[in-house]
Structure formats: structure tokens, C-alpha cells
Design a protein around this ligand. Structure first.
Ligand code: MN
Ligand code: MN
Length: 453
């Protein structure tokens, strides 16, 4: 009678050792991707490099599209659409994966630099849902671009090479934290205290540390202080992705959310020589702040692209959308035995139990969410069973404990069947997050099966 019961199993219990070995090998390349792609711009650059070497070519709106084309559209350097035009009629629909390549971090303000008390700092405004106390007293790297008035865009990445300096946000010593330690966790470090320490040596002429910093920046990048007005600079943890645990079964890194889904979605597409279905892999920006703006998933650009596919391939855009299927590829929480009070064990993703399907996200009575159809989940069960993919269902914590959202609702509102699929993460949104290598690889296998089935 045991086959009547459903039991969640770990990947280790289900798959052959060969698949585990593949998962560990795949993880090596994933770690390299993480180290080269700490911001959405860097992730898009790296994805373009990978796409070009897989035979993709750049496409711009208005250009001709034909069956068999492998193209990418670069949206402002922060959002990428990769499309493999399939051999079947476009009206059969598109297989879409949508993940995001932005991650929680700390952005510089437009007038960042100042001197105070023998130090120079950058003022910041944090980006996304961070726990501010986690970002102090830890090494930070500076990444981003400075767009100068003459039309140049200067790439900045300082703090990644072992010989680079790093940056830092001060915390209060325990000897003097009597008042601070009474504050709530969210108030312990306040937003305006996230000031990044950038120097302490004054220049000779004016005894100004910030001027000395500006002189160094002028020597290195040719910029003046006014150029910060048109810059996008942020600080991220100065950490490299590392194996975690004696058994090396996990990866500790900054920014798993959501490159741990973006990388599988991208590589599962790039490895296909040609596709039967038309496949669209979207690497989106601004998910962590609500998917607004022209590079977020609330932008109309995805629809514009579907319209272009329809026009070029003799299809009907409404019919294409109605027949399309989407995986909103984003992370979820992994059950954490250190905080059992926020989980409901039967319905929470477990580490090492494979890719997670979240039928819905949202909060408090399923507000603010796509809720995938039962029929669609049944179709996915069939698609994934063909390749023996190990997957689980899961919900983001106990009912009424909190909640969260993804891009799923911004895609499904266009009459596109959508579900959330992703990797369970420990310490999500922390400067250093943990994932399991086998969950990463099952997510890759799940997305690959979805593209093909
Ligand atoms: Mn995410
Ligand atoms: Mn997130």
C-alpha cells in the first residue's frame, strides 16, 4: 500500500550517483558565474558573452526574425531576452522562463561623498529587502557604472581582487552599545547609518580626505565629483562563492537570489542546438524593488517582443500568449531548523529535496499573487517525470507569518500560464546565502525539461 502515500524525498535518495557528480561539476561553473556577475549589468554582460559563444546574435526591435533564429535583445544593459525561435508554428505558444539578475545591495546616493570626524564616507540608500545589521563590519566591494557627460560609460569594480582595497560600514563596539542593544533588530542599524567608509588620508593642500579620494578617482577614472550625479554605483559583499560544509554539498555566496535560477534558465537554453518550441529566457532587473521601470517585468517590452514574433512569423499575438507557458524562476525559503517557528513543515521547501514549485506566493490570505492552475501543475508533473527530475512543492513560511512575491503575476496577467519554480535558499537576502548543489542542478534539469516537453 506504500505507493498510496506521497513522501518528499531528497535528491540523494532518488537519483543515480552520476547525476550527483554532474551536479557538483555544474556547480563549479555556477560559482564562476556568481563571481563575475555581482550586479544585474555584470550578469547581463556575462550572459551575452555566453550567448554569443553559443551562436546567438544581437537583435534589435524592428529587425527581421525567422524560424531557427537564436537571438538576444539587450535592454539597457540590465535586462536580457534570449529567444530560440522554434521549428513549430509560433501560434503553438512560447516556453518562457523569467528569472531576475538584480540582488539586494546598498546603492550610493547621487551626492555620496563627505568628510566627517577624520574619515570620508559615501552616503547610501539600500536596494531591496536587506536586514541592515548584516551589512556592517564586513568587507564590501564597489561595483557599477559612471556615465560621464561626454557620453562615456565607465565600469567600476573595486574590492574583488585580493590586491584591491575593500570598503566597510562601521558598527558600534559592544562596550558602548547599551542603547543600541535595546532597539529592535530592524532599527539596530538605521538606513542613514549605512555610510560606506572610503578613506582617512587627507590631501596636502586643503587637509580634506574627500578631496584626496576625488584625486585618486580622477587619476584612475578621469572623473570629477559631479559625475556621481549620473552614476549607478553600489556596494556588495567582497566575497567569492565558496563550497560550504565538510561534504562540499552546498555553496555559500552573495546573490544566489536569483542567479541560482537565472544561471540554470540560461544554460538550459544555450545548450540546445535548436528547439521545437520557441523558447524565451528572460533575465529581468528590479525584481527586488517591485519590478517597476523599463527593465523590470512590469515593462511592456516582453509583449512588444511577442508582437514582433507574431508579425514576423505569421502568428496571432493573443493566440501565442494563450498557448504560452511560463516558469517564473525564483528562489524560495529552505526550512531552517534554527527557526522552526516560522515554518509549517509539510508545506515548506526542504534543502536537498530538489526544485520547488510554489503554486502561489503573496501573503495574508493569498493576496497579491498568481495562483497556478492545477491542470498546469499536472502538465508539469508529466514534463518533469520524463527526465526523472526531483522536485517538491513549497510555501514561503507559515500562514500569516510574512510573505513575498515574484514576477509571476506580471506575466500571468497577460493570459500566460505561469508558476513559480526555484531553488530553496538558507538565509535569503543575507550578504552570504546558502544553497544546495543538488537543488541547483535539479532546477537546471527542470527548466531544461520544461523547454523541451
Ligand atoms: Mn528572487
Ligand atoms: Mn529576493
Amino acid at each position: 500500500m506504500s505507493e498510496l502515500k506521497y513522501k518528499k524525498k531528497t535528491v540523494y535518495e532518488v537519483v543515480d550517483k552520476k547525476i550527483i557528480d554532474e551536479a557538483f561539476a555544474y556547480s563549479e561553473n555556477y560559482k564562476k558565474f556568481l563571481d563575475t556577475a555581482k550586479t544585474e549589468r555584470e550578469a547581463v554582460n556575462e550572459a551575452i558573452r555566453m550567448a554569443l559563444s553559443a551562436g546567438y546574435r544581437e537583435y534589435k526591435l524592428g529587425e527581421k526574425i525567422s524560424a531557427g533564429d537564436k537571438i538576444f535583445l539587450n535592454n539597457r544593459g540590465k535586462n536580457l531576452f534570449l529567444i530560440s525561435v522554434g521549428s513549430e508554428p509560433i501560434n503553438e505558444g512560447i516556453r518562457i522562463s523569467a528569472s531576475h539578475v538584480d540582488a539586494p545591495r546598498i546603492d550610493l546616493k547621487q551626492c555620496p561623498l563627505y568628510d566627517e570626524g577624520g574619515m570620508a564616507f559615501f552616503k547610501t540608500h539600500y536596494y531591496g529587502g536587506i536586514k541592515k545589521y548584516q551589512w556592517v563590519a564586513t568587507p564590501l566591494a564597489l561595483h557599477g557604472v559612471i556615465a560621464t557627460a561626454d557620453g562615456n560609460v565607465i565600469d567600476v569594480a573595486i574590492g574583488e581582487d585580493d590586491s584591491d582595497p575593500i570598503f566597510y560600514i562601521n558598527d558600534l563596539l559592544p562596550h558602548l552599545d547599551k542603547e543600541q542593544s535595546k532597539r529592535t533588530v530592524s532599527e539596530a542599524i538605521k538606513g542613514e547609518q549605512l555610510n560606506v567608509l572610503v578613506g582617512s588620508r587627507p590631501d596636502d593642500e586643503e587637509n580634506s580626505i574627500s578631496l584626496a579620494v576625488l584625486k585618486l578617482l580622477n587619476e584612475k577614472y578621469g572623473i570629477i565629483e559631479e559625475d556621481f550625479l549620473s552614476a549607478e554605483l553600489c556596494v556588495v559583499p567582497a566575497l567569492k562563492a565558496r563550497d560550504a560544509g565538510f561534504d562540499r554539498s552546498m555553496i555559500a555566496a552573495y546573490g544566489h537570489d536569483d542567479r541560482v535560477c537565472a544561471y540554470p534558465a540560461l544554460t538550459a537554453l544555450l545548450e540546445q542546438k535548436e528547439t521545437k518550441h520557441t523558447v524565451m529566457c528572460i533575465l529581468a532587473d528590479k525584481e527586488e524593488t517591485g519590478s517597476d521601470g523599463p527593465t523590470g517585468m512590469q515593462s511592456i517590452l516582453m509583449l512588444d517582443l511577442i508582437n514582433e514574433l507574431a508579425a514576423n512569423l505569421g502568428g496571432n499575438a493573443a493566440l501565442i500568449r494563450a498557448n504560452s507557458k511560463c516558469l517564473s524562476a525564483d528562489v524560495s525559503v529552505a526550512y531552517d531548523p534554527n527557526f522552526p517557528e516560522v515554518f509549517e513543515k509539510n508545506n515548506t521547501p526542504m534543502l536537498s529535496c530538489g526544485a520547488i514549485f510554489a503554486k502561489f506566493t503573496g501573503s495574508g490570505g493569498k493576496y497579491g499573487t498568481n495562483d497556478a492552475d492545477a491542470e498546469y501543475i499536472a502538465w508539469l508533473r508529466r514534463a518533469l517525470s520524463e527526465d526523472g527530475v526531483v522536485w517538491q512543492t513549497g510555501e514561503l513560511g507559515r500562514v500569516d507569518c510574512g510573505g513575498g512575491g515574484t514576477v509571476a503575476k506580471y506575466i500571468s496577467k497577460h493570459n500566460i500560464e505561469t508558476i513559480d519554480l526555484g531553488v530553496p535558499v538558507v538565509s535569503m537576502h543575507a550578504p552570504c546565502e546558502i544553497i544546495s548543489k543538488v537543488d541547483l542542478y535539479e532546477t537546471f534539469r527542470a527548466i531544461r525539461a520544461f523547454y523541451k516537453f
